[in-house]
Ligand binder design. Structure first.
Ligand code: NG1
Length: 412
């Protein structure tokens, strides 16, 4: 089970909002789940390849109390979201695609199926993570809601099991994602990047070199996960798989072994695969997606080595190449993300790339302590001022501090 600590001081606003909706009784508890930036390795987790995200110190919080029945009542400090209610004994599919209630029901349904839980919650959701910005707010919501339900039902679910269960739960909302976001939120270690491997799920903490700073910049283009954007995202895993099958057919790959990207890469190596793949899959989108997947896997490997040596230039070079590949081979960037990346690099960032799924959302820039203020300034003047963003700039442009993994704490 994720850590249960003591002594979280609820902000007066959160206490007031919680008590005005659910009344005063015993003090509520808080489930907190962080968002993430992905340092490198995008659109490859669903191919089973390692990725390197970082949990940040911005999170979704679910302030909750055990309900007297199996009913779950959620309210949100942001009135734009409105309340959601459902009963654990009769979960239906009557939720809107993309609606925030869908994520709550998905988490609850998976826990009911696996653990038969029956005690509901009264809950207030709050967040300082920008929504639909590629920082994984949906997975943080799923994880925080799940931890709250697990807590009131007295269950003990090991984090890797919960990460896999919640990745599966989120797929029920219609997005065919990998398992990166849920794993990093549950298993990150503060001050460390999180190397995640899949099948089986395994996480290794990698110390962040001193002096490395990550600037996060929101393109202001919402990275929604419904409608056309969801369809565009979901075509990624399909094309990647089709490309793998087509390319393996043209190779003398051992047909008795399970066909995976990892297996193919370890048998042939990236350079050999690329030269053979060009001939085997002349169909352009498939070859391009294949090239992205195998080269991004290689960049994760190189970036990991660079991080181990504190080699910021090499890490930045891998980030730059990753952005180019996501833009050109996957087609998941957009002009605003490209602009941010360009401004950050020109202002002295060691490297910059979009982070997460793309189609909008955030870019990140790797900086030193000296270059970070210059990059922030350049983005403020060169990107945000021109779009009239002055107030609340901190919601869109900030330095990402690493944060701890998800946990449940008592409040005082
Ligand atoms: P974001 O950026 O949170 O939408 C999505 C997937 C990840 C991964 C990245 C791209 C979900 C919940 N998350 O993340 O698994 O595939 O895109 O690397 O589907």
């Amino acid at each position: 089970m994720a850590a249960v600590g003591a002594g979280h001081r609820l902000t007066d606003d959160a206490r007031l909002a919680f008590e005005s909706r659910f009344g005063e009784a015993e003090p509520p508890r808080v489930a907190r789940a962080p968002g993430r930036i992905n340092l490198i390795g995008d659109h490859i987790d669903y191919c089973g390849l390692p990725v390197l995200p970082l949990a940040i110190d911005r999170a979704v919080r679910v302030t909750f109390r055990r309900a007297k029945s199996s009913r779950c009542r959620f309210t949100n400090v942001d009135p734009a979201f409105g309340g959601r209610e459902f009963d654990l004994s009769e979960l239906d599919d009557a939720t809107e695609p993309g609606d925030w209630g869908t994520y709550l029901v998905a988490a609850a349904r998976k826990l009911v199926d696996r653990h038969g839980l029956s005690v509901g919650i009264d809950a207030l959701v709050s967040s300082d993570l920008p929504v639909a910005a590629g920082l994984s707010s949906s997975s943080a919501l799923v994880i925080a809601a799940a931890l709250a339900l697990i807590d009131v039902n007295g269950l003990d679910v090991p984090p890797p099991d919960l990460a896999e269960a919640m990745a599966a739960a989120e797929r029920h909302t219609g997005t065919r994602g990998g398992g990166m976001d849920q794993a990093v939120s549950l298993m990150a270690e503060e001050g460390h990047a999180c190397l995640i491997e899949f099948s089986p799920l395994a996480v290794r903490s990698v110390p962040l070199p001193p002096g490395w700073r990550f600037v996060v910049a929101d393109s202001l283009v919402p990275a929604e996960k419904s409608g056309a954007a969801q369809a565009a995202y979901n075509s990624g895993p399909v094309v990647a798989r089709e490309a793998l099958v087509a390319i393996a057919e043209g190779l003398d790959f051992d047909g008795s072994a399970e066909l995976t990207y990892l297996g193919l890469i370890s048998e042939y190596g990236v350079a050999e695969l690329l030269s053979r793949a060009r001939a085997a899959a002349p169909d352009d989108p498939h070859f391009r997606r294949f090239r992205h997947v195998v080269t991004e896997a290689d960049r994760v490997r190189l970036a990991l080595a660079a991080m181990g040596q504190g080699d910021i230039e090499s890490f930045g070079t891998a980030m730059n190449a990753s952005h180019e590949s996501l833009r050109d081979d996957c087609g998941v960037s957009c002009p605003e993300l490209d602009e941010i990346v360009g401004v950050a690099r020109a202002a002295g960032a060691a490297g910059a790339r979009l982070t997460g799924a793309g189609f909008g959302g955030c870019a990140i820039a790797l900086c030193t302590a000296e270059s970070a203020p210059l990059v922030l300034e350049a983005l403020e003047a060169g990107f945000y001022a021109r779009r009239g963003i002055g107030a609340k700039l901190d919601d869109h442009l900030f330095l990402a501090d690493s944060g701890p993994a998800a946990s449940v704490v008592a409040t005082s």
